[in-house]
Design a protein around this ligand. Structure first.
Ligand SMILES: NC(=O)c1ccc[n+]([C@@H]2O[C@H](COP(=O)([O-])OP(=O)(O)OC[C@H]3O[C@@H](n4cnc5c(N)ncnc54)[C@H](OP(=O)(O)O)[C@@H]3O)[C@@H](O)[C@H]2O)c1
Length: 249
């Protein structure tokens, strides 16, 4: 029996990935900042643990409580669209603490047990925004581009130890809570200088307008994560969703 630990299971890709692994007979440790047992069907293969990936103590206690795992899926993340000058120091750090350092610290916490076993899989959920420069996405893109580069280097040092590393690059998926959560953070804390306002309005309109766009569905991301974990021949970088696949060329 195999066990996967997934971060950020309260909604979106994380929740759907937890459901998929459970349906396919895996033991699942679904982690959430605020555990909510009503989100997933009760199962003796399911454990829900509290985990805030920006808090080292929370990571250590979740990984200790989890015990032995075969796969780690670093899915937790926060979005942010704003000119760099409208991004406070606090939000800059929040993005990197969650998307980048949270991913690294989760890996640091599980590596000793994977190294001891000589086996394990790490899947980091990044973003297709890293495949093409976009305005007002500098901070979010940087937080995810660092994850890509980190994963690619890590794969080289962990491969010889029997541990696989992959990065999944989802495209734009409006059906998760990602946009709503990002908009709420932006509404509360963005402080964009007036000179950017017209430009930001144009970019946000284009971003929200689905006309003629190929988009990503949660099932695309679930499938990419599933393939990365279960197929030893999966590529290191896996675009997920039609738009991401097109961007990856
Ligand atoms: N949707 C998209 O368009 C898209 C595109 C490319 C990449 N992605 C990436 O895909 C991943 C999942 O996003 P999603 O679309 O499924 O969005 P989502 O529905 O907002 O899910 C994000 C998850 O991350 C959790 N999270 C946020 N901060 C956390 C922290 N400090 N510790 C632990 N968990 C935390 C959230 O928990 P709370 O409920 O506690 O906030 C939530 O469970 C993210 O890494 C995101 O960057 C999304």
């Amino acid at each position: 029996m195999s066990t996967v630990l997934i971060t950020g299971c309260s909604s979106g890709f994380g929740l759907e990935t937890a459901r998929h692994f459970l349906e396919n007979g895996w033991s699942v440790i679904a982690t959430m900042r605020k555990p909510d047992a009503t989100l997933l069907l009760n199962s003796d293969k399911l454990r829900i643990l509290p985990l805030d990936v920006s808090d080292k103590a929370s990571i250590d206690s979740a990984v200790e409580a989890a015990g032995e795992i075969d796969a780690l899926v670093n899915n937790a993340g926060v979005g942010w669209l704003s000119p760099f000058e409208g991004t406070s120091d606090e939000n800059l750090r929040r993005l990197f603490e969650t998307n980048t350092i949270g991913t690294m610290e989760m890996i640091r916490a599980v590596l000793p047990q994977m190294r001891a076993k000589g086996a394990g899989v790490i899947v980091n959920v990044s973003s297709s925004v890293t495949l093409k420069p976009l305005p007002i996405a500098s901070v979010y893109t940087a937080s995810k581009a660092a994850v890509n580069a980190f994963t690619e280097c890590l794969a080289l040092e962990l491969g010889p130890l029997g541990i696989r590393s992959h990065v999944v690059l989802p495209g734009q998926a409006p059906t998760t809570s990602f946009g709503k959560n990002a908009m709420s953070l932006m509404a509360q804390t963005s402080d964009t200088p007036e000179d950017y306002q017209d430009f930001v309005v144009q970019i946000m309109q284009a971003f929200r307008d689905p006309t003629g766009k190929e988009l990503t569905e949660s099932k695309d991301v679930v499938e990419a994560i599933w393939n990365a974990v279960t197929d030893a021949n999966s590529p290191l970088r896996i675009p997920a969703g039609k738009d991401a696949v097109a961007l990856a060329g």
